[in-house]
Ligand binder design. Structure first.
Ligand code: SF4
Length: 487
């Protein structure tokens, strides 16, 4: 007797119809209909605001991220971070349900604050919202004030909070809102007349590559520049496995963050992920304020190092000059595998501008450029970058489009590869082209967040990953006569 269970479909679709539609969605005709789509997003290339807020919260010493809202939403942010880093992402939620949605979430918030404070003994709780309390208009300012008055948390306990409604903005906006609130809370009353820490306050923005943080630190160490990393996730999401679980394994020291208001220089390298934070810093922090693009590629890394040199009166170290030479050598050795190749690229604006700079330097063509939460300014900045190189001439920018749009683009006007995150794997499988996973989140490969993409080392890593993949494809697809030892 057969053990197989027969499945009876509710709607039977003939095989020829499935085949016809599968082919039709690859056509120009379908692309036109797809781009006429207004009220539906399919496979967005961004996550929601609170996820960004949670990342910022994790990046401070002893800090417990606290979600005011639904348990399911909290699980989503945690599991997304957890799957990307393959590390725990401990956070709590006050688990609002139907009664909270009707009567407001103050009771949930108060009970959860008291429990979380007693159980997890944090030095700070960073509170942010999911969609539900935002829709009903919960007043966090009043709720937290009441929590202190009623003794749920001590009067002086740091509890920064941010409204992070996901129906507006994306993870980078949530990151910005939470970071701003944390810095405002910690630095309150800490500015001292005449005090200068002599340090650089470095802000990387929403960056889920722990290797990038370590690379920034290494560069600063080579220079001998003292620094405070404002929002440092490197040890939090890349902690050693030694048999002991630590709920708070790293992060920027609260004391250092508080004193950052007296810094010598504050620099953001993620201008699109920190506009509100940096705007507030410009008005409130001592010292100089510098906003620069993330140092992807040689030119942007040169600019970063020269800016450090100028600001701190120190020459660019010989060791970094030698690294630059090695990066240029790696690019030259490998340029023939990338030169003239077309790429589809998508991601957050700060990363996207970085990918494009790097591709143009390699003589590759950023061809379909998609930003699923962008502004006119992002578009203008990308266009200016494309205009700076002959390899940018054919690049077309698509703002506020999703990955289903990108699929239509790639299927009707092919490229050689896609740079993005795990979500594009369906597109690249259909198009039979490689996916270079440099963004966030990366769920389906291991350890990539440990390989820096910024600085000269980042250049070498990107060149190596991309060119070797193209060489693999040549080896896998060439005929016997052309299967060579040398490539
Ligand atoms: S978009 Fe809103 S409802 Fe969905 S996971 Fe994010 S916060 Fe929750």
């Amino acid at each position: 007797m057969s053990t197989e269970t027969a499945v009876k479909y509710v709607t039977e679709i003939p095989e020829e119809e499935v085949k016809r539609v599968a082919e039709w969605i690859n056509t120009e005709e379908y692309k036109e209909k797809n781009f006429a789509r207004q009220a539906l997003v399919i496979n967005p290339a961004h996550t929601c605001q609170p996820l960004g807020a949670e990342l910022a919260a994790h990046a401070f010493e002893g800090t417990l991220p606290f979600v005011h809202g639904s348990q399911g939403c909290a699980s989503y942010y945690r599991s997304t971070l957890n799957r990307h880093f393959r590390e725990p992402a401990p956070a709590v939620s006050d688990a609002m349900t139907e009664d909270g949605a009707v009567f407001g979430g103050q009771n949930n918030l108060h009970e959860a604050l008291e429990n979380a404070y007693a159980l997890y003994k944090p030095k700070m709780m960073a509170i942010f919202t999911s969609c539900m309390p935002e829709i009903i208009g919960d007043d966090l300012t009043a709720f937290i004030k009441n929590a202190r008055q009623k003794g749920h948390i001590p009067q002086d306990f740091p509890a920064p909070f941010a409204n992070t409604p996901s129906f507006n903005g994306s993870h980078i906006h949530g990151y910005d809102a939470m970071l701003l609130s944390i810095l405002q809370t910690l630095t309150e009353g800490k500015q001292l007349e005449g005090r200068c820490t002599g340090k650089l306050n470095l802000i990387a923005g929403f960056d889920c590559n722990t290797g990038n943080y370590r690379e920034y630190k290494r560069i600063l160490k080579e220079f001998g520049i003292p620094y405070t990393f404002l929002a440092d996730i490197s040890d939090v999401f890349d902690s050693p496995l030694d048999g002991t679980y630590r709920i708070y394994p790293g992060g920027t020291k609260l004391e250092d963050a508080a004193d950052s208001i007296n810094g010598k220089v504050t620099m953001t390298l993620g201008p699109y992920a920190t506009p509100k934070t940096f705007g507030w810093i410009k008005d409130n922090y001592s010292g100089k304020h510098v906003s620069m693009p993330a140092p992807f590629g040689v030119e942007k890394t040169d600019a970063f190092l020269m800016k450090l040199s100028e600001l701190f009166g120190k020459p660019v170290p010989e060791s970094l000059k030698a690294e630059r030479g090695r990066a240029v050598d790696a690019m030259t050795d490998a340029h023939q595998y990338m030169h003239g190749k077309k790429f589809a690229v998508y991601g957050d604006p700060d990363y996207l501008l970085g990918y494009i700079s790097f591709l143009l330097e390699m003589g590759a063509k950023p061809y379909h450029i998609l930003c699923s939460k962008g502004t006119k300014k992002v578009e203008k900045d990308i266009q200016a970058l494309l205009d700076s190189s002959p390899y940018g001439t054919d690049g077309k920018i698509y703002i506020n489009k999703d990955l289903w749009h990108l699929r239509s683009l790639v299927m009707t006007d092919p490229v050689d590869g896609v740079i993005g995150d795990t979500h594009a794997k369906f597109i690249t499988r259909d198009a039979k082209i490689p996916l270079f996973r440099f963004g966030f989140p990366i769920f389906d490969r291991v350890n990539l967040h440990r390989y820096p993409l910024i600085g000269y080392q980042g250049v070498i890593n990107m060149v190596t990953a991309i060119c070797n993949k193209f060489i693999d494809i040549t080896d896998d697809t060439c005929d016997e006569r052309h299967f060579e030892m040398m490539r």
